[in-house]
Design a protein around this ligand. Structure first.
Ligand code: SIN
Length: 192
């Protein structure tokens, strides 16, 4: 599958005719809501775990030197915490463009921290997209992130802002916070 998923996402018609749709964000969508929304609620989805396994050609890296950003990997029993936004369907034109580097819309049950659940959408970059990087040792992921930069800014900013947001929401994500720790150790080297 090509790394540009915008054309495929446009054909997603599951919520056609709806006045509003819930969108679950687990990566930059948690800390960077550059779209109007009706409501935002802390929420989670079941059976998925956050990993910095997706390459970024257009935001935190370039096609020649991709950054590493978050995607979700299926894992039985896992719970991924994030933020749910209630948006009008018109917002998906912008969102599909923003998430075009490998992410596909997937329908999913979103569980709100304060109770209740709704079916909504999440953007997931699966292993068959051309920008996918996959697993690597945590130290290597941290070194990769420390070196990458793209049109949206340094790759470290993505990681650090996500780690900070999760902390503020009261969640510890072992993978994200382990990369953050390694980055903090690398930083003095980068500064020196
Ligand atoms: C998300 O945040 O939900 C998707 C991945 C990203 O845009 O960082």
């Amino acid at each position: 599958m090509s790394h540009d998923t915008s054309a495929i996402n446009k054909t997603m018609d599951k919520f056609d005719g709806h006045h509003s749709v819930w969108l679950f964000g687990y990566g930059s969508l948690i800390y960077k809501a550059d779209f109007p929304f009706i409501e935002r609620r802390p929420a989670s989805i079941n059976g998925w775990t956050r990993r910095f396994w997706q390459g970024s050609h257009d935001h935190r890296g370039t096609p020649e030197s991709p950054g590493r950003v978050a995607t979700l990997i299926p894992e039985e029993g896992a719970v991924c915490h994030g933020a749910a936004y209630l948006v009008t369907p018109e917002e998906f034109a912008h969102l599909d463009h923003r998430e075009k580097n490998g992410y596909l819309r997937l329908a999913i049950d979103i569980h709100f921290d304060d109770g209740g659940a709704e079916e909504g959408l999440v953007y997931i970059a699966t292993a068959d997209n051309a920008a996918y990087l996959g697993d690597a040792p945590i130290e290597e992921i941290a070194r990769h992130i420390a070196a990458a930069s793209g049109p949206s800014g340094p790759n470290t900013e993505y990681l650090v802002r996500l780690a900070q947001s999760l902390r503020e929401m009261g969640h510890h994500d072992e993978h994200v916070h382990a990369i953050e720790d390694h980055l903090a150790r690398l930083q003095p080297l980068a500064d020196g």
